[in-house]
Design a protein. Structure first.
Length: 251
């Protein structure tokens, strides 16, 4: 699972000590404090969505609350709007517990969720949707034949290289296909670095998990990034407080 809430909710500087640990690479609390492995840093947040707050702590000293309850709920209006833009077979990349995959299937679309987290795939399948366990940079079913690939909940950050990620999405698409991607509001630009999942503890302290590569991309910086990936920005649009882009192959 690789999502983060890109809407501007509860985004605040992390405390000084936690930020220093995050950016310095110094040892932090062991991963077992989260009941998860380094290969699956989001597993605990997915498995227990009534647990204390979970955050994504960025290496630049910003943390974003993980909206775990939202992931486990039904498709909210913003996601329903994305479903309307999907007219054919769709890949939900970094599907998490599968709310988008389920919404697509209920709308009559062929939809497959993809997630590196076995926990995410299990939860998606339990909701009656189709999901495959694997790295989206690895072999996937139907490569080159999908009408749409979707990256929501901050999944443009997967791997920390948005250009490489969008190139991969382009390769998954059939001619005329599109990538639908959730973006940061204008002004944040492009940020690339390391992030960690953190669990909120007593006295406001955070226990930090293992670091992994991550990125953020806003509604303005998406244009040069898309161009470098061989995609053109067809549309940038808002759904409430959230921003999205629709990209199509440019060559």
């Amino acid at each position: 699972m690789n999502p983060v809430d890109t809407a501007p909710v509860d985004t605040v500087p992390v405390d000084t000590a936690a930020a220093a640990r995050s950016s310095s690479g110094l040892p932090t609390a062991p991963a077992r404090a989260y009941d998860e492995s380094p290969a699956d840093p989001f597993a605990a947040a997915l498995a227990d969505h009534v647990a204390p707050g979970r955050w994504l702590v960025h290496g630049d000293g910003v943390r974003s609350r993980l909206p775990v309850d939202r992931w486990h709920g039904p498709a909210e209006p913003a996601v329903a709007g994305l479903v309307e833009r999907c007219a054919g077979p769709t890949l939900d990349l970094g599907c998490g517990p599968g709310r988008l995959t389920v919404a697509l299937a209920r709308a009559g679309r062929t939809a497959v969720g993809v997630d590196v987290s076995a926990t995410a795939v299990r939860l998606t399948r339990a909701r009656g949707a189709v999901a495959v366990h694997g790295d989206l940079f690895g072999p996937l079913p139907g490569e080159g034949r999908w009408a749409h690939a979707v990256l929501i909940d901050g999944n443009i950050g997967i791997g920390g290289e948005p250009v490489a990620l969008l190139r991969r999405c382009r390769d998954l698409l059939a001619p005329g296909g599109t990538v639908l991607v959730e973006l940061e509001p204008p002004g944040a630009g492009l940020w690339q670095g390391q992030a960690r999942v953190a669990a909120e503890q007593r006295a406001g302290r955070l226990l930090l998990g293992p670091a992994f590569r991550w990125a953020r991309l806003d509604a303005r910086a998406v244009h040069p990034v898309a161009d470098a990936a061989g995609l053109a920005v067809r549309d940038v649009f808002r759904r409430g407080r959230r921003w999205f882009g629709e990209l199509a192959a440019s060559r």
